[in-house]
Design a binder for this molecule. Structure first.
Ligand code: PMP
Length: 395
């Protein structure tokens, strides 16, 4: 069982006062707060360990390299990848998807290329494919926010090169049936990228069980520092792709005539990575595993049920995203009030939420609204905080 008081004391920012009230932080889908242990890892790294990795002969470089590579194996086990060589460190989900889009397009886009995405993608799983020259074919979803898998089937053409879908919608909270999406796409011989930015902190992820070819996520949404993320790719797929960026570390041999590339995963890690942030990611995984991913999921499911039940009793509140499979996100509008006004009023009462289109403009267009107010939950939130949030909306 989780001890919520013990968990909360690990997050120093939760004691912050905002406008004279104790902070109620419900903007976790944008970024989660960090436990003291993760903050300490950064200070400790820069105080005692800072060195560039992989190429130093000296003690600090050796220790930093060893710790960095240990986190790669930790991530491998965390998402159940087959090999640590399938784990590439990036700056975050956005860079992970841009990496795949750029490299995949150079290898597998012969021209006249289509990518199937869901209608609820974050802009970072839309724009990189457009930059790569693809025509996008969006999978529609119901008013509740559930993907239409029959319509999905009809989107495949001989020009379909890839399917790119989010595991959990950052706006609607929908948990998509990504294993079924993969099964159907693979039946058409089409690989699948899953955007896991909103999934990794809420549910147990097993990339082999999902069967996806790529899985991308950010550290900062799972209690780790900003500036680090992961691109998981199936080994055969990564071996087939050309490098993304060129520079140090990703090479085996360089001459002015010709360069050969390093083996996986280094082929995709050009230049100096954010070593301290990677160590922070390892610490965040330790934190999540010490609490238990299933415990986190159960606690957040309770908060979501409680908040949904309370908010639907309020007059004039409309929820967006009511899929039976949902995680940790509550998007809504109040009467005719603009979401930004609601967010500002909640802030005055110490409640931090996000307002706007949440980088999912096509979702807003789907409902014909300018944006929503979004409350999103994490392991340290409590029913008392939901009560404060509901009281603030009532106010
Ligand atoms: N995909 C989804 C579903 C997201 O919620 C986000 C962040 N809001 C991203 C991608 C982009 O993540 P980042 O900004 O950390 O690169």
């Amino acid at each position: 069982m989780m001890n919520i008081d013990d968990i909360r004391t690990q997050f120093p920012i939760l004691d912050t006062e905002v406008h004279g009230r104790r902070l109620v932080y419900l903007d976790n889908a944008a970024t989660t707060q960090k436990p003291q242990a993760v903050i300490d890892v950064l200070t400790d790294y820069y105080s005692h360990l800072n060195a560039n990795i992989h190429r130093g002969a000296h003690h600090l470089a050796a220790v930093a390299t060893e710790r960095y590579e240990t986190v790669r194996r930790q991530v491998q086990h965390f998402i159940h990848a087959r090999s640590h060589e399938e784990i590439v460190f990036t700056r975050g989900t956005t860079e992970s998807i841009n990496l795949v889009a750029s490299s995949f397009a150079r290898r597998f886009f012969p021209g006249d290329d289509e990518v199937i995405v869901s209608g609820m993608e974050h802009h970072s799983n839309i724009v990189p494919w457009q930059l790569a020259g693809a025509t996008l074919r969006p999978i529609p979803f119901s008013d509740e926010g559930v993907l239409d898998l029959d319509a999905f089937e009809r989107l495949f053409t001989p020009r379909t090169r890839l399917v790119a879908v989010t595991h959990v919608s950052n706006t609607l909270g929908t948990v998509n049936p990504v294993d079924e999406v993969v099964r159907r796409a693979h039946a058409h011989g089409v690989p699948v990228l899953v955007d896991g930015a909103q999934a990794v902190s809420h549910l147990r992820v097993d990339v082999q069980a999902i069967g996806c070819d790529f899985y991308c996520f950010s550290g900062h949404k799972m209690y780790a520092p900003m500036g680090v993320g992961v691109m998981y790719g199936r080994q055969e797929m990564l071996e087939a792709l050309p490098p993304y960026q060129g520079g140090g570390e990703m090479i085996e041999d360089v001459t002015f005539e010709r360069t050969t590339y390093n083996h996986l995963p280094f082929k995709f890690e050009a230049g100096t990575p954010s070593v301290g942030d990677v160590l922070g990611l390892g610490c965040a995984i330790d934190f999540m595993e010490s609490v238990g991913v299933d415990n986190i999921a159960a606690h957040e499911a309770d908060l979501l049920r409680y908040a949904t039940d309370r908010i639907t009793r309020l007059p004039d509140v409309r929820l967006y995203g009511t899929s039976p499979e949902k995680a940790a996100v509550l998007s809504f509008l109040v009467g005719t009030a603009h979401p930004y006004d609601v967010g500002t009023l909640l802030d005055q009462l110490g409640v931090a939420v996000r307002t706007g289109h949440h980088c999912t403009q096509p979702v807003m267009d789907r409902y014909g609204i300018p944006g929503t107010v979004r409350a999103s939950f994490a392991v340290y939130n409590t029913r008392d905080e939901i009560d404060a949030f509901i009281a603030a909306i009532q106010r």
